[in-house]
Design a protein around this ligand. Sequence first.
Ligand SMILES: Cc1ncc(COP(=O)(O)O)c(C=O)c1O
Length: 383
Amino acid sequence: MYLDNAATSYPKPEKVYEAVIHAMRDVGASPGRGGYRRSLEAGRILFQAREAAASFFSISDSARIIFTLNATGALNLALQGTLVAGDHVVTTSMEHNSLLRPLYALRNKGVELSIVPAGPDGVVSVEDIRRAVRVNTRMIAVSHVSNVCGAIQPIRQLAELCREAGALFLVDAAQSAGYLPIDVERFAIDLLAVPGHKGLLGPGGTGLLYVAPHVPLKPVIQGGTGSHSTAEEQPLVMPDSFEAGTHNLPGIAGLQAGIEFLRERGLSSVFQHEHKLLNQADRALRDIPGVTIYGPEDSSARCSVLSFTASGVDSALLAAELDHGFDIAVRAGLHCAPLAHRTLGTLPGGTVRVSPGWSTTSEEIAFFSDAVVQCIGKIRTSA
Ligand SMILES: Cc1ncc(COP(=O)(O)O)c(C=O)c1O
C-alpha cells in the first residue's frame, strides 16, 4: 500500500499512462524542432499542456508557464533568475531544502536572508514576517503547505504584505498544487513553483514555474530553443528561452492528462476524499498511547500530509516495520526540511509521514492504523 503521495503520487490515473505512451510511441518527435507533422503534433501537445496548466491555476496567458523537471527546478529558476547581491529575502523555518539550499547558495553571493521561525504548530505569523521586512526586501518566499506537518500558510495575507512592501511573492506549491485551489492572479502570486508529479498526478520529471508578467526573470540555463538560432545570447522569449534543450514531452503529455483527471473529478472532491482519509488516520493514531501528531490541532488547517511520532519508537524503524511486515510505504525521517523539524521539536529522529492519494481507500487507512498499533507494540516489546 502506497502512502507517500507527498513524495510523488502513485498510482497515476490510467489516462496519464496512456498519454505518456501515446507521446512516446505515436508521436515520438521533439516540439518546435522541425516542420514535419510529428514535430507539429508534439508542439500541439506541449501547447495544450501549457493551456491546461494555465487554466488550472487561473493564469490568463499560458506563455507565462515554464516547464521544469520538478518543483526544485522551478524554485531554483525563480530564485536565481530574479535575485542579485544586495537583495534581501524573507523566508520561513518551514521550508524544504529545495528552497533553502538555493537561498543559502545565493547568500554566499551577497543576497541577504532572513529566516522567520514558525510557531510550534508549523504556521508562520504574518506579523513576524512583516517585522523581518527591510527596505531592500526583494522577495518573500514561502511554501503554501508544509511537507513535514501539512500546515497551511496564510498566503493571501502574505501576498498583501508583499504588495505593501514592493516585494516579489514566491510560493512553493509542492504540497498544495492539486490539493487546494490556487488562483495566481487573484492571490497576487508573482512566482509559483509547482511539481507536476505530486498532486497534479503527472509523471516524474515534470514541474512548472509561473512567472507574472511584471517579473524580470533571467534564464539560468543557456541552449537551443528552436528559434532565434543566430543569436549568441539566450533570446528573451517566454517561455522558450527558459526551456532550452529537448522537452520531456511524454512527461508533459502525462501531466496534462493528470490535470484533466483532476478537472473531471473536481479538485475539491479529490481533496475532500484525501482529507477524510487523513482525518480517519488522525483519529486512529491519536488513540494509540504515546503518539504525537504534529502541525495545527485543527485538521482543517492541515493539508495533504500527516506526521507523527510514537514515544520510545524510532521513526525509521517503525516505517521499516510497516514496509517489511505489512507492505505499507510511508516516509520516515527529516523530510528534507531540517529547520521545520527544529520548529516542531522532532529533531533528530524526524517523524513518520503519511500521505494518502486519490485512489487510497478508507479500508486501507484502517489497515494502516492497525498495522501501526502492531508495529509499535512489537518495537516497544523488543526494546
Ligand atoms: C515543500 C516542498 N518543496 C519542494 C519540494 C521539491 O519537489 P520536487 O521533488 O518536485 O523537486 C518538495 C518535495 O517533496 C516539497 O515537499
